[in-house]
Design a protein around this ligand. Structure first.
Ligand code: ATP
Ligand code: MG
Length: 433
């Protein structure tokens, strides 16, 4: 009995060792699998661009590389499983041999009957089924442990912006204040101090104050940090230094949910989902009544267009906005915001040019979005076209992440020395291109 127990201990220890190797291999295989899936998803979304520049071959070669990687790591996993098989079978044979040897020796020395010798061997044989079962379980455990490892890695990721505030934002239009805000995009391991010291700063000491109900036109060359500014306002990232206040409240003190309910953002490229028109506007909130949706569409001047669709609000849109023009997608994004009635609206104008008809439609829609009935919302409009800034009360010009100029529209336009004036004279489109 003691011998058999020791023997079983050796078998289990060997299986545990093999298991460790297996878990490592399967974790790598899972990662390779995820990488391949991510690659496929991204390439399918970009099919048009890939075909457009004739990069199919290149993408296929990269996919082949990823598949090879997956094959190698999965093969290592299966090899670890096979190793488990070999080890447990080998130990079993060793056990049999030992049992036979002991039984034979005892019998030949006259210390045991043939029955006892046979029994020793038979007992070892009885261990075969449980050892096999243990090995099977170990195999499943390897893959499961690898899966759990990957999930724990993901769950351990923490966003740098923490949702810990409890403060409220005031009702009505919100004032916006940037107070010496600096920011750099950095990866997980770079400490804030390093990023702030290096010249990787995307925003440098940005300060300005926008009174409630006013519209700010933001201008700047491509890459000057305009979109980044809007991301900080929604706390998609936190500033590295300085403070941002909405309605006088520091935004870090406001819970994400309340902040994002009061700030409406239309991004440069609007995301549409493979769902109905209604769901795309309400963002899957079923409590929004159709009357409210139609009211919003009416204000934006696209109610007739929506009614003209084959199934009205129930028309299925293609994922990624297929079958929708850029202008129409923008108008749908406006409708999303109108429904939520925010205190600050941010429009990040698409850099692409629209046809004059859509442009006029958008302009009228923007007017409605920024407020009606004498109740204006505060707005930040990032403009790539002159017409868009013409309605702005204040103008902010960003240059390389720094505020190059900030002031009331009329004053800057009248001052012949101002950058804004120069931009106007040079023709904004050409100057910002
Ligand atoms: P555009 O007029 O083309 O929209 P922009 O003024 O909005 O330009 P931003 O998108 O704010 O420019 O980008 C500012 C800089 O930050 C760019 O140099 C860009 O490469 C960098 N950047 C933007 N987003 C990221 C990101 N997620 N990670 C790292 N760097 C980024
Ligand atoms: Mg941008």
């Amino acid at each position: 009995g003691a011998l058999l127990t020791v023997y079983l201990g050796v078998v289990i220890a060997a299986l545990v060792l093999v298991n460790k190797v297996g878990v490592r291999a399967w974790t790598a295989a899972r990662a390779a699998w995820a990488e391949q899936m991510g690659f496929l998803e991204e390439r399918f979304a970009g099919t048009e661009d890939i075909r457009g520049i004739g990069a199919e071959q290149h993408q296929q070669r990269r996919l082949a590389g990823l598949m090879l990687n997956l094959l190698r790591s999965a093969r290592a996993g299966w090899l670890a499983n096979a190793l488990g098989h070999v080890v447990s079978n080998f130990l079993f044979i060793v056990g049999y041999a030992m049992g036979l040897a002991i039984g034979a020796t005892l019998y030949l020395n006259g210390q045991a009957t043939i029955g006892t010798a046979f029994m020793i061997v038979a007992y070892i044989g009885m261990l075969a089924t449980p050892i096999d079962a243990l090995h099977d379980i170990a195999e499943q455990l390897q893959q499961a442990t690898a899966g759990v490892n990957r999930v724990s890695e993901l769950l351990a990721l923490r966003p740098r912006a923490r949702d810990e505030g409890r403060a409220e934002l005031p009702a009505g239009p919100l004032s916006v204040q940037f107070d010496g805000v600096s920011f750099a995009y950095r990866d997980e391991d770079t400490p804030a101090a390093d990023a702030t010291e290096s010249d990787s700063l995307i925003l440098r000491e940005v300060s300005f104050m926008l009174a409630p109900g006013r519209t700010l036109g933001v201008l700047g060359r491509t890459g000057s940090g305009k979109t980044t500014l809007t991301r900080l306002l929604l706390r998609l990232y936190d500033a590295d230094s300085g403070a941002i206040r909405l309605g006088g409240t520091e935004i870090r003190a406001v819970p994400f949910e309340r902040l994002r309910a009061r700030v409406g953002l239309v991004t440069q490229d609007v995301q549409l989902f493979g769902a109905t028109l209604r769901e795309n506007i309400t963002l899957f909130d079923e409590t929004v009544p159709d009357a409210a949706i139609e009211d919003a569409l009416d204000k934006l001047g696209i109610l007739d267009w929506a009614r003209g669709l084959p199934q009205g609000l129930d028309t299925l849109l293609e994922p990624g906005g297929g079958g929708m023009s850029a202008g129409e997608a923008q108008l749908l994004a406006f409708a999303r915001i109108l429904l939520r009635d925010p205190g600050l609206v941010i429009l990040d104008e698409a850099a692409s040019r629209l046809d004059p008809l859509t442009e006029r439609r958008l302009e009228r829609a923007i007017e409605h979005l920024l407020g009606d009935d004498g109740r204006r919302r505060t707005a930040i409009v990032i403009a790539h076209r002159l017409r868009t800034v013409q309605a702005a009360d204040d103008i902010l010009i960003l240059e390389g992440g720094e505020v190059a100029e900030f002031g009331p529209h009329a004053a800057l336009a009248a001052d012949p020395e101002s950058r804004f004036n120069r931009l106007l004279r040079a023709g904004l489109e050409e100057a910002l291109a």
